[in-house]
Ligand binder design. Structure first.
Ligand SMILES: [Zn+2]
Length: 226
């Protein structure tokens, strides 16, 4: 049980959301760093340069997040992943000091590919992370819908039972009314029909009788006096 809970927590949607938030914050930092570098010749005042970079980086990072999650077309997500990879290549200066004419041996290529590995790895991981998030979100939505359907079903069953109880109550009231109609108001004796009540010669007061209602398995009510 403990292992199951631990696995659920480690692989649950909360951890995925946290990872996405950290990645987006990292993306924001990368854009700020890149813009700060690009704008260094344009805006000399450091505070103004950082402010501009941050103001551009915040919406850019949010766009990465929103488009990655909500874009219907797959190509938009692929394009963002490619841009993210290129951004990392630029930030990490993967191509700096690389003399392509000297890439002659396999070991040279392996050395160079190491510089490309991190950007490709990180951007691919973010792409997969978003896919996992979407899958978990869909599962959660499906579970919530199932819960709502179960609650609706039990509300409907309760309404049905309430309506049956209401019908029984109405039946009891109607029997009581009928019983009162055929009961002598002086001696409280009850008769099977109106003629018997009319022909009855009252001999004075009797003890009041109580009505008891019995319900059989089929739900039919029968009334007895005690
Ligand atoms: Zn009577």
């Amino acid at each position: 049980m403990f292992e199951d809970k631990l696995i659920d927590r480690i692989t649950g949607i909360t951890i995925v959301i946290l990872s996405i938030i950290f990645y987006v914050l990292g993306y924001l930092t990368k854009i700020v760093a890149l813009l700060n570098d690009v704008l260094s010749n344009v805006i000399e005042l450091e505070v103004a340069r950082y402010t501009t970079s941050i103001l551009i980086a915040i919406p850019a990072s949010l766009i990465l997040l929103v488009v990655s999650i909500h874009a219907e077309e797959k190509w938009k997500k692929y394009l963002l992943a490619v841009f993210d990879c290129v951004l990392l290549i630029i930030i990490l200066k993967a191509f700096n000091d690389v003399d392509f004419s000297k890439l002659t041996t396999i070991s040279n290529y392996i050395d160079f590919s190491k510089r490309l590995f991190i950007p490709v790895l990180l951007s691919t991981m973010f792409f997969f992370l978003i896919e996992v998030f979407k899958k978990l979100k869909e599962e959660k939505t499906a579970a919530s819908k199932q819960n709502i359907a179960t609650i609706k079903q039990s509300v409907s069953e309760s309404e049905q039972k309430l309506s049956e109880l209401q019908a029984t109550f109405n039946e009891i009231q109607s029997i009581i009314k009928e019983h009162k109609k055929l009961t002598c108001s002086d001696c409280q004796m009850t008769f099977h029909n109106q003629n018997a009540l009319n022909a009855h010669k009252c001999k004075g007061k009797n003890e009041e009788s109580n009505l008891v209602f019995l319900m059989d398995k089929a739900g039919e009510l029968t009334m007895v006096s005690e």
